[in-house]
Write a protein that binds this ligand. Structure first.
Ligand code: FAS
Ligand code: PHB
Length: 391
């Protein structure tokens, strides 16, 4: 088999790249180790920046998002028992975010890919990127007991944090930066009406909590928990009880509880790979970087990486220019590090750290109080939250 671009990974990065390349007339094949239903079963991100919305429009995968996505013009910070609204729209000259689950983004991208008759090989085992330093890269994989190879011009490593592409680069050619946080997020999805119209980020003595949503009938909640916790040790009732203890009286009163559809614990880490290009192999999305979900950046960074890469590949094939490919890594990393900083800052601002003392708690409260009272400080939060412009 031969294709122009072999994409490894059918998460949002790989699927969005496949669509953008197809729209640019660039042939591509996606190889995914799991089944489509397994990929769709992962409950993850929920907030889309305008940059991501625009890329999904370009990919022809925005119809349902336009109909069902929830535009959000503000978020609330809850601390000291009080909620304070951050007017994202007013502070950023009219920008906002769209609340629309990553699962739905993935489903929409899968559907348009299938409708266009494009090739996605699910349950591909032992996928290996080969010869990416030379002019003729290849991807080897196993399927139904047979070994197959795909000859290609380029390989896109969209295979997430635990993928094979980054791991295939010799250690001396890659530099990674990592910060692991001493807690995780216990997430719960339920078919209950959201507790509030907008997202609530809570800093409480018992730890962080986030009230998010997927629709007017489906809620998504998160609780900061120690890394020793296991999702199966948390009954629904225990989750709801703890969430109540982290809410203000009005939200506690409004909270509608119900049976969980999904419960899982996500560890929190900051991670960056430099560079993101190795010969004819390019890393994009979680394959290259991870952010703590506090700033709602993970999925959005994956989208902007892929937007840059699709544009660079279109330039290569369309204009015979490699300027975009040569500048890919630097362009992505400039955006990634700003999102890493913001996600680290939001995490440091809103979580209770085990080693933190009374002084640290007071400084956190002082910074939160400063943010909600200062136009400059709340504008800085707002412009990062809605997403910085593409450079
Ligand atoms: P993904 O990990 O989504 O996709 C990579 C794909 O590659 C997977 O389907 C995998 O099966 C496949 N793959 C891996 N190895 C392979 C191999 N060797 N061969 C073939 N295929 C292979 N972000 C937020 O903004 N908010 C959140 O609340 C949030 N919660 C998260 C919770 C968890 C548990 C995790 C892990 C991430 C969370 N994220 C969140 C971040 C998440 O949304 C990612 O940013 C997003 O999935 C990135 O998409 P991809 O880069 O496509 O990576
Ligand atoms: C979500 O709805 O899953 C979500 C929203 C905002 C975040 C993280 C996760 O910062």
């Amino acid at each position: 088999m031969r294709t122009q671009v072999a994409i490894i990974g059918a998460g949002p990065a790989g699927l969005l790249l496949g669509q953008l390349l197809h729209k640019a007339g660039i042939d591509n094949i996606i190889l995914e180790q799991r089944s489509a239903s397994y990929v769709l079963g992962r409950i993850r991100a929920g907030v889309l920046e305008q940059v991501t919305v625009d890329l999904l429009e370009q990919a022809g995968a925005a119809v349902r998002m336009r109909a069902e996505g929830l535009p959000h013009q503000g978020i609330e910070l809850l601390f000291g028992g009080q909620r304070h609204r951050i007017d994202l729209h007013g502070l950023t000259g009219g920008k906002s975010v769209v609340v629309y689950g990553q699962t739905e983004v993935t489903r929409d991208l899968m559907e348009v890919r299938a409708a266009e008759g494009l090739t996605t090989i699910y349950e591909a085992a032992q996928v290996q990127p080969l010869d990416f330093d030379g002019p003729s890269p290849r991807v080897r994989y196993e399927k139904d007991g047979q070994v197959h190879e795909i000859a290609c011009d380029f390989i896109a490593g969209c295979d997430g944090f635990h993928g094979v592409c980054r791991a295939s680069v010799p250690a001396e050619r890659i530099r990674t930066f990592e910060k692991v946080y001493p807690f995780g997020w216990l997430g719960l999805l339920a078919d209950t009406p959201p507790v509030s119209d907008e997202l609530i980020y809570a800093n409480t003595e018992r730890g962080f909590a986030l009230c998010s949503q997927r629709s007017a009938q489906r809620s998504r909640y998160y609780l900061q928990v120690p890394l020793t916790e296991k999702a199966q040790d948390w009954s629904d009732e225990a989750f709801w009880q703890e969430l109540r203890l982290r809410l203000d009286p009005e939200a506690r009163e409004r909270l509608v509880t119900g049976p969980s559809l999904e419960k899982s614990i996500a560890p929190l880490r900051s991670f960056v790979t430099e560079p993101m290009r190795f010969g004819r192999m390019f890393l994009a999305g979680d394959a290259a970087h991870i952010v703590p979900p506090t700033g709602a950046k993970g999925l959005n960074l994956a989208a902007s990486d892929v937007g840059y890469l699709a544009h660079a590949l279109a330039q290569h094939y369309g204009e015979r220019s490699d300027a975009g490919l040569d500048g890919y890594s630097g362009r992505c990393l400039a955006r990634i590090w700003k999102a890493e900083r913001f996600s680290w800052w939001m995490t440091s601002l809103l979580h209770r750290f085990p080693e933190a003392g009374a002084f640290d708690a007071r400084v956190q409260q002082a910074e939160l109080d400063y943010i909600v009272r200062s136009q400059a400080a709340s504008t800085a939060l707002a412009e990062n939250y809605v997403g910085l412009p593409l450079a």
